[in-house]
Design a protein. Structure first.
Length: 455
């Protein structure tokens, strides 16, 4: 213990001193998701006039960074986000140049070891050091552990700046960093718990889609879903159901899992790996949820290289991946991250889990979306489209798409020909827009005279 304390004291400094390690041309990685390093962020913002050509990588921003406020034109800092959030979109709408980083989430850690992604400085939020010199990362492991182990990537010498936050929950799993792996320690005496994410109440359409998914559910399903109104209502329905021994292997731990476990529906007993554990790579949700995962022995927060690896996920039977999409074209290509060049989200783990569910014994992958959307002017358009606007990113290609769900039904596109796909997708399209797709399919010569659409 004394050696750990001595090393801690040697590395203890202020945020102002620590950020002096940042030099021109550096790549800085911020702690992702719901945790923040507010002292380091503020200190770096003060150095704007001294620095040039600094790239910053965020991941699903949940707050407005001080460096963005200090450099809204992006003159010094090049802002990037691995998965656009509501906050990121808000920053973009203000005219701040911030750019998406298209990637598969399960590869985000590997990119450091492969040299595709490099980091010079890591701003790391941690809990207080224990008697063995270890710090806990709280509600995230993500690509952070891979970045540290790779020392930032090929031919890099990563500098780890750890901001100690006494209010972070202690979460078990691949979430431990030793004092020997840290270069500078900054104490945040006030601290800040993980940022709570407001509950998104489900719409009536969400409830209809959730009912359709419930009809597909089975005992022992190992469920993956993200944040939003749909997983909330699916979680509520499952909590009130008779389904038994459900499991959690997910990129993201949300309130729905907590409610399922509290209701006795989620036990993780029927999983083939990590039996008895809820496995995830980060957690975002309510303050109650953060308290629930604190020192909870049923939790296992692991590196995204593990949690999102399709070959790992598929070792569990009955993997049910429940994700949201923005739109689907008439051949079954799914976009869940952009409309044209306008970035909405990121690939995240959607493709990882959709693929894994197909390779899981008894698994199913669902992409869920309302059949229509209404813009601010009241114009209604279909989310099942003939083709995407130019620049739209495809999240799940047609040859990998499994189940598509709208409030009008569930269709399985696996093994279907192009004309069969069109027929199935039209059956779950809003009736007002079905004729448009039929005409387009006829023009493309993928519509058979024998095709039938039930109103």
């Amino acid at each position: 213990m004394s050696n750990c304390v001595d090393e801690y004291q040697q590395k203890l400094t202020t945020a102002t001193e620590a950020v002096k390690v940042v030099k021109d041309g550096d790549m800085i990685v911020y702690s992702p998701f719901a945790v923040k390093t507010s002292l380091l962020d503020e200190a770096l913002a003060f150095r704007k006039m001294e620095l040039h050509d600094i790239t910053v990588l965020f991941a699903t921003l949940t707050y407005m960074p001080e460096i963005v406020k200090a450099d809204p034109e992006g003159e010094v800092f090049k802002f990037t986000d691995g998965s656009f959030s509501a906050v990121t979109r808000g920053i973009k709408s203000m005219g701040v140049p911030i750019y998406a980083v298209p990637s598969l989430f399960h590869e985000s850690g590997i990119q450091f070891t492969a040299g595709a992604q490099n980091a010079d400085v890591l701003f790391l939020a941690v809990g207080p050091m224990d008697e063995n010199g270890n710090f806990n990362l709280g509600p995230e492991s993500s690509f952070t552990m891979d970045c540290i182990k790779a020392r930032g990537g090929y031919k890099r010498n990563l500098k780890v700046l750890a901001e100690v936050d006494p209010k972070l929950p202690y979460v078990y799993g691949d979430t431990t960093v030793n004092i020997s792996e840290i270069d500078y320690v900054i104490e945040n005496a006030e601290g800040q718990p993980p940022l709570p994410i407001g509950e998104v109440r489900p719409t009536e359409i969400d409830k209809k889609i959730a009912t359709l998914i419930m009809n597909e559910m089975v005992d022992g399903a190992c469920i993956q879903f993200g944040i939003g109104g749909l997983p909330n209502i699916v979680g509520e329905m499952l909590a009130d159901s008779d389904f038994k021994d459900l499991g959690c292997h997910s990129e993201m731990y949300v309130d729905a899992y907590m409610k399922l476990e509290q209701a006795g529906r989620l036990t993780n007993k029927r999983k083939q790996i990590d039996v008895g554990k809820s496995v995830f790579t980060f957690a975002m949700g309510s303050e109650e949820m953060y308290r629930y995962i604190d020192r909870n022995p049923n939790m296992a927060c692991k590196s995204v290289t593990y949690t999102n690896n399709p070959s790992v996920i598929a070792q569990n039977d009955r993997v049910y991946s429940i994700c949201s999409g923005i739109s689907v074209d008439m051949l079954g290509n799914v976009s869940s991250e952009s409309v044209g060049y306008r970035q909405i989200s990121g690939t995240g783990g959607q493709l990882d889990y959709h693929l894994a569910s197909m390779h899981s014994k008894g698994g199913k992958g669902f992409i869920c979306l309302p059949s229509t959307r209404t813009d601010r002017k009241g114009n209604v358009t279909s989310n099942v489209v003939v083709s995407f606007p130019m620049g739209t990113q495809i999240t799940v290609p047609a040859n990998m798409t499994n189940y598509i769900v709208t409030e009008y039904g569930v269709v399985n596109l696996k093994g279907c020909s192009t004309w069969d796909r069109v027929e199935k997708l039209i059956s779950i399209t809003h009736p007002d827009f079905r004729e448009d797709i039929i005409k387009a399919a006829e023009k493309a010569k993928i519509w058979r005279q024998s095709n039938k659409i039930t109103a």
